[in-house]
Ligand binder design. Sequence first.
Ligand code: KIV
Length: 263
Amino acid sequence: MSKKLTISSIKKVKGVQPLVMITAYDALFAKLVSESADMILVGDSLNMSFAGKSDTISATLQQMIYHTNAVCRGAQNSFVVCDMPFGTYIDKESALKNAIEVFQQTPADCVKIEGGQEKAAIIEHLTANGIAVCGHIGLLPQSVRSEGGYKVKGKTEAEREVLIADAKAVEEAGAFCMVIEGTKAEVAKEVAEAVSIPVIGIGAGADVDGQVLVFSDMLGLFEEFTPKFVKKYLDGATLVKNAVQEYAQEVQSRAFPTEEHTY
Ligand code: KIV
């Protein structure tokens, strides 16, 4: 069993080796991915791939706490990040109250918060009160409705400047690492170079300090749509459907169970 990463060991790998982050929402998959992932993210993307909703907005704190506990039980030696869902960190006081709830009710190692300069005071308040924070800049899925869709960032000079300022603000506020999502690769590279904490990309090219993917995307289990940045390492949906079809046929033809599976 490999040694569990700590905040300081995560910070130290910048420039040495890319970090491997993957989402998980339950104990079963957390255990399966924990052998290869440095960090497991209990993302609010579970609202889409696990709960079948069309975006992450309606994920609740209780949902995140439930799934984080399941993940922590399955991957007891992994560094676990719990996403703070939409509406749970609108000001310093509510953010601290809700993050404390996560820390008291789960063994999560840190929380993740979407937003750059506008969230710096909140990140500072959490870190000053003993809550480790992973930032999240670039495309922010929790802003999908206010932005009218998922818009790739870093396409203009103004966006590039904002992203670099966001990353610096998140670092200065005390975050120990951050995710950068849906951003032009050359800008994400600059962002990673502008800060001394690891910048973990998703749809942000190769020149950052690590990568994160949603497990159901990279295992080909989520069939609704596949973003350009997702590489499918398995055709999970086909494998599962074929296996279930074989089971159904064997039940119908009474080929299953045989003596081998009978008491
Ligand atoms: O919720 C999630 O899975 C995330 C990743 C897309 C980074 O925030």
